[in-house]
Ligand binder design. Structure first.
Ligand code: SME
Length: 167
C-alpha cells in the first residue's frame, strides 16, 4: 500500500522545481522574489494578489508583487502580515472579514495566507497571498509556500539585502 501524496503537495513540489530552474544561479533576492511572485500569481488558481513585504526595522515594506497596487508599509503586529511576522508563524485567514485588525488592500479579497520569511533566527519579511474565494487556503498551501520560501532564502544573497533594510 502506498500513501497518497495530496495533490497540492505535488503541485508545490513541481513549482519548487520550476522556480529552481527559473532562478538558475541568480542570487539577487529581488530578482528571485519577483519571479516567484509572478510564477505563483499566474499558476495558483483563485489567487488575486501575491507579494512580499520586507522587514525594515519595526515595519514591513512592500516588495516584489503581482496584482493590484497594495498598501506600502505595515507595522509589525498590525494586520495579517504584521501578525504573522510577529508570531513568526504562517497565518491562514479563511474569511478576512472575521480577522480583527485586517488591513484591506482590495475589496475583492476574501481569504488570505501569510508566511513569514526567517533566515536563521532573523525575520526578514513575509510572503502574502490573497484570494477572492472564502476558505481558499489550506494547511497544504501554508506548508507548500513555506518550502518555497526556504528555497528562496537558501539561494539568496541576504548580506546584499541587509545593506538596504534594517533587520
Ligand atoms: N491584508 C494584509 C495587507 C496586505 S494586502 O492584502 C496586499 C494584512 O492584513 O496584513
Amino acid at each position: 500500500m502506498r500513501r497518497e501524496v495530496p495533490l497540492a503537495v505535488r503541485a508545490y513540489e513541481q513549482l519548487g522545481e520550476e522556480l529552481t530552474a527559473l532562478w538558475s544561479d541568480e542570487t539577487d533576492f529581488f530578482v528571485r522574489a519577483a519571479n516567484m511572485a509572478a510564477l505563483l500569481f499566474w499558476r495558483l488558481p483563485e489567487v488575486n494578489w501575491v507579494g512580499f513585504y520586507l522587514r525594515d526595522g519595526d515595519d514591513l515594506l512592500l516588495g516584489p508583487f503581482q496584482g493590484r497596487p497594495a498598501c506600502q508599509r505595515i507595522p509589525i503586529g498590525r494586520g495579517v502580515c504584521g501578525q504573522a511576522a510577529l508570531r513568526r508563524q504562517p497565518i491562514i485567514v479563511p474569511d478576512v472579514s472575521a480577522f480583527p485588525d485586517y488591513i484591506a488592500c482590495s475589496p475583492e479579497t476574501r481569504a488570505e495566507l501569510v508566511v513569514p520569511m526567517v533566515a536563521g533566527d532573523v525575520l526578514c519579511g513575509v510572503i502574502d497571498l490573497d484570494s477572492p474565494w472564502l476558505d481558499r487556503f489550506m494547511q497544504e498551501d501554508a506548508q507548500g509556500i513555506q518550502q518555497l520560501v526556504h528555497r528562496l532564502i537558501a539561494g539568496s544573497d541576504l548580506k546584499r539585502l541587509q545593506r538596504y533594510y534594517r533587520w
